[in-house]
Design a protein around this ligand. Structure first.
Ligand code: DGL
Length: 268
């Protein structure tokens, strides 16, 4: 029997990556952790983001996952290097696939990066993409609204108008959705941008990378039926379920609530 894939995010955002993983690898078992009680990560400092990420990975590791997908740009940009030093478990991230994809998409070499405040403050995208004209924009109001279950809302429209306004007179042809929550509001974002601008979501590339790895390692699940999915949250299970059930074409059941940090070993 093959072990499950572990995925975590601060909340529902990582479900945009989950969706691509099950599209490409429908037979894989998956354990998802949404750290909803401590969301958003985007306004936390580096040390806190590292600590939370560490606890999330440890939790998934104790459940016997074969790899962990850090489905959170905020964790990847603030903590990936440290996490890679700590864990021998394979860690997949949303950062490298994004960095690889952007040069293939842009023709004008003018790229906007939409992300959380902590991702923008990390400077990782700015440093790694210094050959491009970059427009980094911290979109702090999106995640709390999405975590409240809004994929359309006048407040999202208003925030998008404000955040995207500085892009109107630029030559950008590419916008990186550098937060896994943002694909859920891509219609709003696309509507506010000139038609030719492409939104880049690295979820498919992340899933493809995992598929290639599992094949090479001989660790794929060969189940012909759909995998078994388990959901854990640190916050309110029903609130998470309501949003997740709108994202998938199946019901996720009631997620299990867990406490991370000091009580971790008692709760698993
Ligand atoms: N979805 C996450 C990201 O990709 C985290 C957002 C947040 O918690 O602020 O950055």
């Amino acid at each position: 029997m093959s072990s499950p894939i572990g995925i975590f995010d601060s909340g529902v955002g990582g479900l945009s990556v989950f969706k691509e993983i099950i599209r490409i690898m429908p037979g894989e078992d998956i354990v998802y952790l949404g750290d909803t009680a401590r969301s958003p990560y985007g306004n936390k400092n580096k040390e806190t983001i590292l600590q939370y990420s560490l606890e999330n990975i440890s939790f998934l590791q104790r459940l016997g996952v074969k790899l962990v997908v850090i489905a959170c740009h905020t964790s990847c940009t603030n903590a990936l290097q440290e996490l890679q030093k700590i864990f021998s478990l394979p860690l997949f991230n949303v950062l490298y696939p994004s960095l690889q994809k952007l040069p293939q998409v842009t023709k004008t070499n003018h790229i906007a990066i939409l992300a959380t405040l902590s991702t923008i403050a990390s400077g990782v995208y700015q440093n790694r993409l210094s050959q491009f004209a970059l427009y980094p924009i911290a979109c702090s109001r999106f995640v709390p609204l999405i975590e409240e279950g809004f994929f359309t809302h006048p407040l999202l429209e208003k925030a998008a108008d404000e955040y995207l306004e500085p892009l109107q007179k630029t030559q950008i042809d590419t916008v990186l959705l550098a937060c896994t929550h943002y694909p859920f509001i891509s219609k709003i974002l696309q509507k506010k941008l000139p038609n030719q601008v492409k939104l880049v979501d690295p979820a498919y590339d992340v899933a493809k990378e995992i598929y290639t790895f599992l094949r090479q390692e001989g660790k794929c699940s060969f189940k012909a039926t759909q995998g078994n999915y388990r959901f854990y949250v640190t916050g309110e299970p029903e609130k998470f379920k309501k949003i997740a059930d709108r994202i998938f074409d199946f019901s996720i059941g009631t997620p299990q609530r867990v406490s991370l940090g000091k009580t971790i070993s008692q709760k698993i």
